[in-house]
Design a protein around this ligand. Structure first.
Ligand SMILES: *Cc1c(COP(=O)(O)O)cnc(C)c1O
Length: 436
């Protein structure tokens, strides 16, 4: 699939063609120049709930989930949504009802999942599981621990023994492939903190098989995030298959193979492999293996199901730069500041875009890195609403109260209707649990 470009550089400024961009985002659309999310005008949402505001389309979420199910329909599979991407209970419930499992990285995430379903389809990743975390997960009878260190095997075995249980485990292998993504979101090279090295894998499995309260269930990897082509996944699969064969020779057979998450999305002009292409690349080898496939997608399920709506509060032209200060900031959306992520910022009303100027769209947090978008060509005035697209993933979950900013509300749009799925924090929430 190819996209027509949604952006152009004019001198050093980025002009985003909002019409072209929204064509690539099926649930975001301009109707009579007004931005709508699954049919609901952004203006109406802002009037009802205020700004900054996260908005998610339930249908977008379910359609992406269905794309995964379709792509891998020919093999047994389980799509374990990576909870850290967007952990709102309504998002989790939507996916649980559709049949998804969950990939969690903390006790807190498991507790969230348990608010909407049971633990039976949960896989537990993460490098630093404690005794308490493990006990909590065993009590919830989760499907599988994705083990990231040899010492973790012993710890899980010990806790399982104390509780009189058997823990199902899989080892997260670091396949040492280059995911060719931003170093902060690359996880599968040998100098990463994640996983067990390819070289130590067989010995680790043999050790696991010697521990009485462990049941070896699978093998797993996750090589990074926002991968645009399938090469890294394909390389990782080859490495994992090699190991599966080596394990077989040692008498260890597995039930599932977990290839993690990581498929990229289009934020502006990226041209990611589609879920169908991703599936087609991997399917022949997976069919030959005959194991159940687990996947742990996050971003590719929810990023483009969501937008962050924000209001322009102050326009501040200076000698060197024009700043547009909006009511969202790095506290609500940290991706641009943390990863230098470039996200599209488009007007909620695109009727008057005839006199664009170059703006840095910034928050009012006291950090120079508090930029949401640099050098954007936009025609804006105070009071306008802007939408940051692609904000459904790693948006609210990474929000903080830095600068004592109450975290924003979240809304879910479902077939022309909308409802609050998290209320905006109040000032009282800011010091909840504190003692003066
Ligand atoms: C973050 C994470 C994912 C999800 O990654 P995406 O790039 O959002 O698909 C999956 N598995 C593990 C172990 C993760 O840490």
């Amino acid at each position: 699939m190819t996209f027509s470009p949604a952006s152009r550089m004019i001198d050093d400024a980025l002009l985003i063609d909002a019409d072209v961009l929204t064509q690539a985002l099926p649930y975001i659309d301009y109707q009579n120049h007004h931005l709508t999310i699954d049919g609901v005008p952004a203006d109406e949402l802002c009037q009802t709930y205020g700004t900054p505001l996260y908005v998610y389309s339930k249908r977008a979420l379910l359609d992406k989930y269905a794309e995964y199910c379709h792509g891998f329909a020919n093999i047994n599979h389980r799509i374990c949504y990576a909870v850290k991407t967007n952990s709102n209970l309504a998002v989790l419930k939507t996916l649980a009802q559709a049949g998804a499992g969950f990939d969690i990285v903390s006790k807190g995430e498991l507790a969230r999942v348990l608010q909407v379903t049971d633990g039976k389809k949960v896989v537990y990743s993460g490098v630093g599981k404690t005794k308490e975390d493990i006990a909590f997960a065993l009590e919830a009878d989760i499907d599988c621990f994705n083990v990231e260190a040899i010492s973790e095997l012993d710890l899980i075995n010990q806790v399982a023994q104390e509780l009189g249980k058997t823990a199902r485990i899989s080892l997260r292998i670091n396949p040492d492939v280059d995911a060719k993504t931003h170093p902060y979101i690359s996880t599968g090279m040998k100098d990463n903190k994640f996983g067990i090295s390819h070289e130590q894998a067989v010995a680790s499995y043999l050790h696991a098989s010697s521990l009485p309260n462990l049941h070896i269930k699978g093998i797993d990897c996750h090589i990074g995030s926002q991968l645009l082509d399938t090469q890294g996944f394909s390389d990782a699969l080859d490495k994992i298959i090699e190991l599966i064969d080596a394990l077989k020779a040692h008498g260890i057979t597995l039930e599932h193979i977990d290839l993690g998450g990581g498929l990229g999305v289009r934020y502006i002009d990226e041209n990611p492999a589609s879920i169908a292409e991703y599936a087609q690349t991997l399917l022949p080898r997976l069919q030959a293996l005959g194991l159940t496939l687990y996947l742990e997608p996050g971003r590719s399920l929810v990023a483009n199901s969501g937008v962050l709506l924000t209001r322009v509060d102050v326009l501040k032209p200076t000698e060197f730069k024009n700043f547009a200060v909006v009511d969202a900031s790095m506290s609500e959306l940290i991706r641009p500041a943390l990863y230098e992520a470039v996200m599209a910022i488009i007007p909620a009303n695109n009727e008057h875009q005839d006199n664009p100027k170059v703006w840095d769209i910034v928050g009012s947090v006291c950090e120079s890195s508090d930029v949401l978008g640099k050098n954007r060509l936009l025609d804006i005035k105070v009071g306008d609403t802007l939408a940051i697209t692609g904000a459904g993933a790693y948006g609210f979950t990474m929000a903080s109260n830095y600068n004592s900013r109450p975290r924003p509300a979240e809304v879910m749009v479902d077939d022309g209707k909308h409802r609050l799925i998290r209320q905006r924090e109040t000032l009282d929430d800011l010091w909840k649990g504190e003692f003066a």
